[in-house]
Design a protein. Sequence first.
Length: 253
Amino acid sequence: MALLQDKVVLVNGGSQGVGAGIVRAAVREGATVVLTGRRAEVGEKLAADTGALCLRADLADPAQARDSVVRTLDAHGRIDCLVNAAGLTSRGSLLDTTPELFDQHMAINLRAPFFSMQAAVADMKARRAPGTIVNIISNCAHGGPPFLAPYSAAKAGLAGLTRNAAHAHRWDRIRINGLNIGWTYTEGEDAVQRAFHDAGDDLREKAAAAQPMGKLGQADEIADFVVFLLSERSGVVTGSVIDWDQEIPGAYE
């Protein structure tokens, strides 16, 4: 049987990048999938290709983050699995980050997962049904580079929230885990590297050559791991924030 057969899965931030990979993998594994994204045309194309339902949502608005779950319930009557894959990676250091940039990072990278989890867990508890949640975090939760100060702060908060919620709802049979993903090649990362780091057309090749495994993280590989965590195959695992990377936190040459 497929890993997510007959499960209703909401992927927030599912229109591109890692989120889109998760949408494809979940559909392949038998799930009924709802995805959200700000770029409606991209999300609708993915939905047409996979049979998923695309909902346009600005997750920086907490009401829309909660509403992503409500609209999933309206469409399918329940939510079994939630993935928070939306992320903002615009650059800012401790010294040059404005209050506006700081708030943008908190809104997308921490507040949106908080309120979508709130709505999803409320439905699961009301139905007395088990469920699973996976938060896409970042290895920057361990500290991160100087130019990702607000991003690192928000992702560290999301790691703490993941553990807190997992502990709070383990007796409800709701499992909540997170992935601290490392440098991953996506369309969005390509654009960020070009905009902030003067990267050229050889970005992918140069970056891959500098990695221990000879490649950057791949969205489809992350997606397969997320599907595993969402499924019953991952057993009783909850409250785990897993470092999904080829760099080892705390180790050095």
